[in-house]
Design a protein around this ligand. Structure first.
Ligand SMILES: NC(=O)C1=CN([C@@H]2O[C@H](COP(=O)(O)OP(=O)(O)OC[C@H]3O[C@@H](n4cnc5c(N)ncnc54)[C@H](OP(=O)(O)O)[C@@H]3O)[C@@H](O)[C@H]2O)C=CC1
Ligand SMILES: CC(C)CCC[C@@H](C)[C@H]1CC=C2C3=C(CC[C@@]21C)[C@@]1(C)CC[C@H](O)C(C)(C)[C@@H]1CC3
Length: 615
């Protein structure tokens, strides 16, 4: 049996995941199978660390004068000393051979970070590690003056993560220091990136979606369920009490021409994605400090697609073909998604460990579903990012348009029904909003946490275009007349949902981008030991996931135009409630791990998750 180096109860220094910082931790236990130590940070956060990420207290060589207990001013003194070793001052490395200097620099950088940022340094600031995170006195107004330009701040904000980890200085000073330090920290992060970061395999108990049996069921069940729903919806009486229609044989559903049209659609979107228009931004830092670049041109892709669709309509292209072959298109998309998932899994086997998703487990079935590789790319082409917003999401709008035209044709209408117009415009607003705020996607769980595997491939390429368009599909064969007063009420509901959804998402994105944004000065925050704070007022003080609440209200407004004759058009809101309740639980789990006691405090301050006074 392999021996362990540290005993339970021993106080050591543990590396904070994703950074090079070492904090005082207590060893709680050790798992001999996974060889992981469960450690507790002073703010109560419990994490599992590898032995390599733990160091005895004695191994931390202190700077002369014992800087770990230094006062704020002395600390800054130590900063300026460290700056003298930044790339801006080459002599040291210039004196050495390239590889020797490289290695030595890494060593130096590591020692630098370890010594400079020991938690003891910050004691005089009432740091969250030495005090209960998020206590009332730590809840402060977000009213720091905004001195720096947005651009400057953005540059330093994420990359100076290391420097701000435990710092609770006045914000004014903080922002200045962030700027000064950003270059240095970037350098350190870059150098440290050469070390391989081992993705810790998560244990069976941490598997989400019901583990291996759960994901197995989802992978086989969802496509079958999709076809059943579509077939049911096509029935004259789509009551759930009716026996579900038999699934047609695969050969009846397969049409090579349809698959060709689907491929053409996909390739057009690839082409638009590759156009060198739109600004390039950096994603959130990866586990090894790197930040990937993303071009934001989703909105342009949408405009170009609209132009192509408009021209095709004008040229008399028969869009009814999509409606009359809807099941065939769903199958073509499913087949494409399966092939893509297999490709993603196979290529992930060659991916460096650094590139694996934190959600991956080491189990082949589970990883095929959740995605093994976090950001699979071919050159600069980011497969996950592309699929999340382009072929499926824009495809959804096109499918809705197809349904609108089909309704006019089948019901022999000169103009579409009010119900169809409402559904089309509501969902168009949702998609345009997503593309307009494309950058916000970079901070979602899908991009940061989940890999790219069957789950997102199927969700993005099949589920979104063929299930999210379900209301419009339903209205083609089940007309519903909506009165104007009813329509007005539904519009008000949709707008309320949208205001909450957009308000909450924009507030959080603005805060994450620039916590000193003067527009957010009135908001209260809780400090956390990671350096990122949590909003506790505004939308995020209302419930813990106000964006989900807004999204669900909008989802209800999408179903109401279909009337109350059948439950089928309400499938979306039922599914979506389940998805978001589950997603909220996943996010809660991650935030608890990330923020420890501060998250607990946030939960106390904001007790409801999604629905105020209900849940
Ligand atoms: N239409 C659809 O099918 C779907 C739509 N969505 C929508 O996508 C959007 C993004 O959703 P999702 O990625 O799940 O999650 P969120 O956008 O809600 O992001 C959750 C993260 O926000 C941060 N956070 C949580 N609480 C606070 C707080 N009080 N103050 C500041 N930051 C906080 C945390 O990350 P950190 O602290 O690390 O920044 C947390 O992990 C939502 O609007 C959702 O409705 C999602 C799924 C499906
Ligand atoms: C069926 C599967 C088990 C689950 C599939 C889930 C996916 C359909 C969703 C997961 C997260 C999504 C997001 C959006 C669409 C649905 C999926 C892919 C989103 C692009 C919709 C538009 C929003 O404005 C958004 C915030 C950009 C969404 C991001 C998450």
């Amino acid at each position: 049996m392999p021996s362990r180096r540290f005993a339970d109860g021993e106080v050591v220094r543990g590396r904070w995941p994703g950074s090079s910082l070492y904090y005082e931790v207590e060893i709680l236990s050790h798992d001999s199978t996974s060889q992981l130590y469960t450690v507790k940070y002073k703010d109560g956060t419990e994490l599992e660390l590898k032995e390599n990420d733990i160091k005895p207290l004695t191994s931390f060589r202190q700077r002369k004068g014992g800087s770990t207990s230094s006062s704020p001013s002395r600390r800054r003194g130590s900063r300026s000393r460290s700056r003298s070793r930044s790339p801006g001052r080459p002599p040291k490395s210039a004196r050495r051979s390239a590889s020797a200097s490289h290695q030595a620099d890494i060593k130096e950088a590591r020692r630098e970070v370890e010594v400079k940022l020991t938690p003891l340094i910050l004691k005089p600031f009432g740091n969250s590690i030495s005090r209960y995170n998020g206590e009332p006195e730590h809840i402060e107004r977000n009213d720091a003056p905004h001195k720096n330009t947005q651009e400057k701040f953005n540059l330093s904000q994420e990359s100076s993560y290391i420097a701000t980890q435990y710092s609770l200085r006045p914000r004014k000073e903080e922002v200045k220091l962030k700027e000064i330090d950003s270059k240095e920290e970037k350098y350190v992060a870059k150098e440290l990136a050469v070390r391989t970061f081992e993705v810790t395999p998560i244990r069976a108990k941490d598997l989400e979606f019901g583990g291996v049996p759960g994901v197995f069921l989802i992978m086989f069940g969802l496509p079958v369920f999709l076809f059943l729903l579509l077939l049911m919806c096509k029935q004259k009486d789509p009551s759930l009490l009716n026996f579900p229609p038999p699934l047609p044989a695969l050969y009846e559903l397969w049409e090579t021409r349809v698959f060709g049209v689907y491929l053409l659609w996909f390739l057009i979107q690839v082409l638009f994605y590759l156009l060198p228009i739109g600004k390039v931004v950096e994603g959130t830092p990866l586990i090894d400090g790197r930040r990937l670049k993303y071009r934001l041109n989703g909105f342009y892709a949408f405009i170009l697609t609209s132009a192509v669709i408009g021209t095709s309509l004008f040229q008399g292209v028969e869009f009814h073909y999509v409606y009359s072959h809807f099941l065939q298109f769903a199958l073509a998309a499913t087949v494409f998604c399966v092939v893509l998932s297999v490709y993603l899994y196979v290529r992930s086997l060659k991916a460096p460990r650094n590139d694996l998703s934190p959600a991956s487990s080491g189990n082949a079935v589970y990883d095929f579903f959740i995605g093994r590789e976090l950001n699979p790319r071919i050159g600069t082409f980011d497969l996950k990012y592309f699929c999340e917003l382009r072929p499926g999401l824009i495809g959804w709008v096109v499918v809705n348009l197809v349904m609108l035209l089909a309704e006019m044709k089948i019901q022999d209408r000169a103009v579409p029904s009010l119900a169809m117009i409402l559904v089309n415009s509501f969902q168009l607003l949702y998609v345009v909003d997503a593309l307009w705020n494309e950058e916000a996607l970079l901070t979602t769980m899908d991009i940061i946490h989940d890999g790219f595997g069957f789950m997102l491939a199927f969700g993005d390429l099949v589920w979104v275009p063929f299930i999210y368009s379900f209301q419009a599909f339903y209205l083609v064969s089940h007309p519903n007349e909506v009165s104007w007063p009813m329509a007005s009420l539904i519009i008000v509901l949709k707008l309320c949902g949208y205001v909450i959804f957009r308000g909450a998402n924009s507030q959080k994105n603005a805060f994450r981008k620039n916590p000193s944004d003067p527009k957010l000065a009135h908001l209260k925050t809780i400090h956390t030991s990671t350096g990122k704070n949590l909003l506790v007022s505004g939308w995020w003080g209302f419930v813990r996931h106000p964006n989900y609440l807004g999204d669900l209200i909008m989802a209800l407004a999408w179903s109401l135009p279909c009337g109350f004759n059948h439950i089928l058009p309400y499938f979306y809101i039922i599914y979506f409630t389940m998805l978001l309740v589950h997603r909220e639980a996943r996010d809660e789990y991650h935030c608890k791990k990330k923020y420890g006691v501060a998250w607990e405090k946030y939960r106390q301050r904001v007790p409801y998750r999604i629905f105020p006074y209900i849940y």
